[in-house]
Design a protein around this ligand. Structure first.
Ligand code: 13P
Length: 252
């Protein structure tokens, strides 16, 4: 199965109107009118509309970083899946490690957000990953298995036909300490194997991205691994040239 690589930029809580404008203009120019693989950018909520306008006709897709469990109602400060779809988002991150560790999202909440995304017509990018202590304690597979099973139990394996999984080891996020291609491949193969226990065809087609200190200088090696189907990029996605280089690595 040939899986088209996906390179996704997670801007996190960064940016301004001016930065959104220059970053997306520079990215379009750097990609020369046609993305070399599937490319996605996830700005903060206030910039989604502006980003959507700047990306029109570029082939670059728009996504958000989080969504509410509910679709509408008295949930002050929340942003729902239907609102994001209305703004032109195709994707939304769910269960990013920062949401889990800093904002108390457990695997049940993440599973509900995953379902809410699909109900709203969005493709969830389900983030999973272990902390350094969990890796050192040898519990990486147990942790990731629990994170993935919570979603499979609520949404069913077939839901992965319109979703993406992102493996982001917490110890590699924003630390400059990238997982080696072999370390990433081992976990990606485990994730795909877990999906295959439920449905072999879906396991073969679902994309599993790697995230954690991806840069244009290491993306090629990571993306050459058989089960690494692209990247979820934080810091380097704020630099148009670096991000474009990662996108090009996804095109080979
Ligand atoms: P960095 O690329 O900055 O390590 O961030 C990774 C990440 O968390 C993307 O979601």
């Amino acid at each position: 199965m040939m899986r088209t690589k996906l390179v996704a930029g997670n801007w996190k809580m960064n940016g301004s109107r001016a930065q959104t404008d220059s970053l997306l203009r520079d990215l379009r120019a750097a990609l020369d009118g046609s993305p070399p693989c599937e490319v996605l950018v996830c700005p903060g909520f206030p910039y989604l509309q502006q980003a959507g306008e700047l990306l029109a006709g570029s082939g670059i897709r728009l996504g958000a970083q989080n969504l509410a469990v509910e679709d509408a109602g008295a949930f002050t400060g929340e942003v729902s899946g239907p609102m994001l779809a209305d703004l032109g988002c195709e994707y939304v991150l769910v269960g990013h490690s920062e949401r889990r560790s800093l904002f108390g999202e457990d695997s049940d909440t993440v599973a509900k957000k995953y379902v809410a995304a699909q109900r709203g017509g969005l493709k969830p990018v389900l983030c999973v990953g272990e902390s350094l202590e969990e890796r050192e304690a040898g519990t990486t597979e147990r942790v990731i298995g629990e994170q993935l099973r919570a979603v499979l139990e609520l949404a069913g394996v077939d839901s992965l036909a319109s979703a993406v999984i992102a493996y982001e080891p917490v110890w590699a996020i924003g630390t400059g300490r990238t997982a080696s291609p072999e370390q990433a491949q081992a976990v990606h193969a485990f994730v795909r194997g877990l999906v295959a226990e439920n449905n072999g065809i879906i396991a073969d087609s679902v994309r599993v991205l790697y995230g954690g200190s991806v840069k244009s200088s290491n993306a090629g090696d990571l993306f050459s691994m058989p089960d690494v189907d692209g990247g979820l990029v934080g810091g380097a996605s704020l630099d148009a040239q670096d991000f474009a280089g990662i996108c090009r690595a996804g095109g080979h």
